[in-house]
Design a binder for this molecule. Sequence first.
Ligand code: NAD
Length: 290
Amino acid sequence: MLKIAFIGLGNMGGGMAANLVKAGHAVRAFDLAAEALEKAKGHGCATFGTVREAVQGVDAVVSMLPNGAIVDRVYSDDVIGQAPGGALLLDCSTIDVATARKVGEAAGKAGYAMVDAPVSGGIAAANGGTLTFMVGGSEAAFERARDVLNPMARAVIHAGAAGSGQVAKMCNNMLLAIHMIGTCEALALAGKAGLSMQKFYEISSKSTGYNWSLNDYTPAPGIGAASPADNDYHGGFASALMLKDLRLAMAAAAAAGATVPMGEHATAIYEAFNEAGNGARDFGAIFTTL
Ligand code: NAD
């Protein structure tokens, strides 16, 4: 049994913290939102009024926060120097690579082991304990992180040095955006060119066009795999979150001098889609624009 502080109990963090409790760990929870704290209490977490109180005496700190600026502030002000020296720090938020490396370095200088451990999988996977964690940090920190992450995970993979987890996450989601848009285009074209979309799904899902967006998350209503398309694009992975991840990828590409023409185009498409008021809709709703 470990004593674990959990910071950020929103859509993702709420279910993740509950799974740590189910695994027998003592979870000390903090969130700015009273409602999130109440829910966490209902799942068996002890709740605290500040980050500093939550990290007292813990073996590990897990965070699941909205963005890099918040992660930087929470760790710099209230975790580093406040959590016990031997505590392992795990940030599971999706944030920019530069901030992940900066916070990891500051933690290291203060004597903490830290990993960036962003996730693949949405709210259902967070609730069900079936997330994939991509972990950046030293081999030794990864080995320790595995014990903390396992109750929330289907897979825990060591990506490489600090920041590598975030690199894996943004590259994965840039690829996801690109094959989602391509899948939407192919389905719409098939329908317009005189092939039934259902037939196209049956053929392409067993041909070289197969991919996760087509086979497992078919973005056309009533066609192929069950997905948010069958529920008017409610639930699933919000277009606003996809745009967030694409912007992180574009920033990292600029910093690394990488050429990403399809990523840039996908970003422009999701930007226009969000500006038109579709941020809350599932990212497969791009289909409706074609
Ligand atoms: P969310 O907005 O539901 O939850 C974030 C929580 O952090 C909120 O409860 C908020 O009150 C809390 N918070 C904000 N500032 C805080 C602070 N200073 N101290 C303590 N708590 C604070 O967001 P989410 O959907 O749970 O996403 C969390 C992270 O997971 C994001 O980085 C997101 O990109 C990533 N992610 C989300 C999904 C998804 O499908 N929702 C999937 C993969 C990764």
